[in-house]
Design a protein. Structure first.
Ligand code: SAH
Length: 338
């Protein structure tokens, strides 16, 4: 029960523990291409190797506790359960001819953003790369569909679980593993400036999204009390370094909360802030309609305010999108995961 998940090791580490790189690749193929869930299924490995793998590693550390399908939009919420009985969600999002999976990196979340349900769940622990990757393995198996985009936007703060997140991305993007293009992966963070800087040196090249939600530190502190320990200017400077060194897309996420951060003056201040940061290009801005969360008094902006906010940013030459809520009936939409 306590042996490590085989995917908690990176491919290079796994190779060193095996008789040859060829064997490591065979194992990775069994896991990622053929969907093996036990070492016994790996019939082209010698019997003694299978026995030692069984003794030293685990291939599943979670069970699929529950699935819930939205009748409204086909969104599927999968709940995984750790060996200790802790549960964490991932959300399969069909978008016509392709699909995304929104994955969790922690059980609970310590950041307590005032608008997010995940912050209401007590932080329990970081998930390991194996436990994070199992979300993708279960989602593909359950739906029979290949996932095209991975969103680190489920429960938890990915950069507060730095090792787990980086280990996961290495398997995701490695040609020995899942072979995802880094441009198909989005890592969303509340803005842990030191970890963003560290990440910029890992050469992972995944897209970065920043949950900014306020144009100044005073307002940010009100709605994201813990994240505000990193001043916005430091966070944006770290994102700029990441973007310069890794390329890809950089997106600002901004949830529109009625009477809190949705007035024209906020839109102007946001545009000024992002323009003066002198990024390699203007970042995209994703405006997020607030999804309802029980026990949270904050409410979504009105349609006309949201449109006004959108238009003001457009006038300032930003590419602006409004995120379409998916899975609200399952409490599986952004910010509803708990
Ligand atoms: N901790 C990371 C990863 C979680 S992402 C982060 O905060 O970025 C969760 C996404 O859902 C973020 O874009 C967040 O801002 C958004 N979100 C949180 N609460 C929400 C709510 N009630 N309605 C809509 N989006 C919400």
């Amino acid at each position: 029960m306590n042996s490590p998940h085989i995917l908690d090791l990176e491919f290079e580490e796994l190779k060193k523990k095996l008789p040859s790189a060829f064997r490591a690749q065979q194992i990775a193929d069994w896991i990622f291409t053929k969907g093996a869930e036990t070492f016994d299924e790996m019939t082209n490995l010698p019997q003694d190797l299978r026995s030692s793998l069984k003794r030293d590693f685990a291939l599943r550390k979670t069970t699929l506790a529950k699935t819930e399908l939205s009748k409204r939009d086909g969104t599927l919420k999968l709940i995984l359960q750790t060996q200790e009985g802790q549960q964490y969600p991932c959300v399969f999002l069909p978008h016509g001819h392709y699909q995304s999976l929104c994955i969790s990196t922690q059980v609970g979340c310590a950041w307590e953003c005032s608008f997010c349900a995940s912050g209401l769940v007590k932080f329990e622990r970081n998930l390991t790369p194996g436990e994070i990757l199992e979300q993708i393995l279960y989602a593909e198996k359950t739906t029979g569909k290949k996932i095209r985009n991975i969103l680190f936007m489920g429960m938890g703060e990915p950069l507060a679980n730095y090792a787990g997140t980086v280990g996961t991305i290495r398997w995701l993007t490695s040609l020995h593993g899942m072979g995802f293009q880094p441009s198909r992966i989005v890592l969303s963070t509340t803005g842990l400036a030191p970890q963003i800087l560290k990440l910029s040196k890992e050469n992972l090249r995944v897209n970065l999204a920043l949950s900014l939600h306020a144009p100044d530190d005073i307002l940010r502190k009100k709605i994201m009390p813990k994240s505000s320990k990193f001043p916005i200017k430091d966070v944006l400077a770290a994102c700029k370094t990441y973007w310069q060194e890794n390329g890809g897309e950089f997106t600002i996420e901004y949830i529109l909360l009625k009477d809190i951060n949705d007035q024209p003056a906020h839109a102007e201040a946001l545009a000024n802030l992002l323009t003066s940061a002198r990024f390699p290009a203007l970042p995209k801005i994703n405006l997020i309609p607030q999804n309802p969360v029980g026990g949270i008094a904050l409410g979504p902006s009105t349609e006309s305010r949201a449109k006004n906010f959108f238009d003001l940013l457009k006038k300032r030459h930003f590419i602006v999108h409004t995120r379409k809520p998916q899975g609200q009936d399952l409490e599986a939409a952004c910010g509803q995961l708990q």
